[in-house]
Design a protein. Structure first.
Length: 370
């Protein structure tokens, strides 16, 4: 009985046949099996309308479909077809390395069995299975293998890492880095959960309430209670650098501005005073003072926020602090920056005594004339 061949080209020797050549033929079969299980073939795809036919050679290693791995190469200008022999049952690893953005279809050489196609631009891998159905062999894709999946498979599964695309492949990023990549960085794009924020979110939005920390949590307090929490209630000292009433504060330390009358009282009870004497020589002291018209210097006007025609004017009227200091030093104060200021209300006392002095002199003159 003569030898036969399998669908994959392996010689099946009959009993008593090929005397003296069994070793050679067995080695040939083993070589075929080796190629079928792990061999590689680089197959150029014909750039024409004619399909590129892969072949099985009986008892030889010359077939182009007798390797496990087949890489399709060549430059193609249109959709092309690669065929496998009918009646073949096997599986293959196929790599599409053709150049050009074209489809490549894998099918049996004849019949209407199933086919597998590399889509336009798909330069990845496919694992296919030929079912060996006589005259109508089908080609089926077992698994699509591509670079993207390979990249993911190669990543180290570090705890809390996230897989993120970087524009060309997949990479593993820490949670913090991934949040930035996704545009949800904590502190700039989104706010992380926080117990204190949860406290605030749970507070009732009551009209007039303020959110105040109580030492452990945030609580909602009425205006009166919040003022007490901030030490702004009655009985507490409050300090401001500058203060505005009916207008914005100037920003100049120690300055108060108001758009209406300011009513103030000074303590003046005799019970609070001692060593009380009348101002001596009030007329002589007053004669040493000058009421002057003047212009404020530009640097001082700029320091106070610029001329506004209301609180700050270039032209003004007043006295000279240094002159007042010589006759009534109690009416002059020196600020921390060394600039002298006059307590204009204190000059009233000097005027009172001067008027009294003048009145006495007038009375004396009146008596002489009479």
């Amino acid at each position: 009985m003569a030898s036969t061949f399998s669908d994959l080209g392996i010689e099946l020797m009959a009993t008593g046949e090929n005397a003296g050549t069994w070793g050679t033929k067995t080695n040939a079969n083993l070589n075929l099996i080796e190629q079928l299980t792990g061999g590689y073939n680089s197959q150029a795809v014909t750039d024409s309308g004619t399909p590129t036919a892969l072949t099985i050679a009986d008892g030889a290693l010359t077939g182009t479909a007798q390797q496990r791995v087949i890489e399709l190469t060549g430059s193609i200008s249109g959709s092309r077809v690669v065929t496998f022999p009918v009646n073949t049952e096997n599986f293959y690893f196929i790599k599409n390395s053709t150049s050009g953005a074209q489809t490549v279809q894998l099918k049996a050489a004849s019949g209407s069995g199933a086919t597998v196609t590399f889509a336009t631009g798909d330069k990845g891998w496919k694992i296919i299975y030929l079912d060996g159905v006589a005259t109508n062999t089908g080609v089926y894709e077992i698994e699509a293998v591509n670079a993207a999946l390979s990249a993911i498979g190669a990543l180290t599964p570090t705890d809390s890492n996230i897989i993120v695309g970087n524009g060309s492949t997949w990479i593993a990023e820490s949670g913090s880095t991934a949040r930035t990549s996704l545009g949800v960085a904590i502190g700039s794009d989104v706010q992380a959960y926080d117990a204190q924020l949860a406290d605030i979110a749970g507070l009732a939005v009551t009209n007039g309430n303020f959110i105040v920390g109580d030492g452990s949590n945030f609580v909602a307090e009425s205006g009166a209670t919040a003022r007490a929490s901030l030490s702004l209630d009655t009985g507490n000292d409050v300090q401001f650098d500058s203060f505005g009433v009916g207008t914005a504060a100037s920003g100049t330390t120690g300055e108060i501005r108001a758009t209406n009358d300011v009513t103030a009282f000074y303590s003046s009870d005799v019970a609070l005073k001692e060593n009380i004497i009348n101002i001596p020589d009030p007329l002589e002291s007053l004669k040493k003072l000058n009421g002057v018209l003047f212009d404020w210097k530009k640097e001082y006007i700029d320091q106070r926020g610029g001329e506004d025609g209301y609180f700050v004017r270039k032209k003004d009227v007043g006295v000279i602090a240094q002159e007042v200091e010589k006759v009534l030093p109690e009416a002059v104060a020196e600020r921390p920056d060394g600039i002298k200021a006059v307590k204009y209300d204190r000059l009233t006392c000097l005027l009172i005594e001067a008027v009294k002095k003048l009145s006495a002199q007038v009375e004396v003159l009146s008596k002489k004339e009479s």
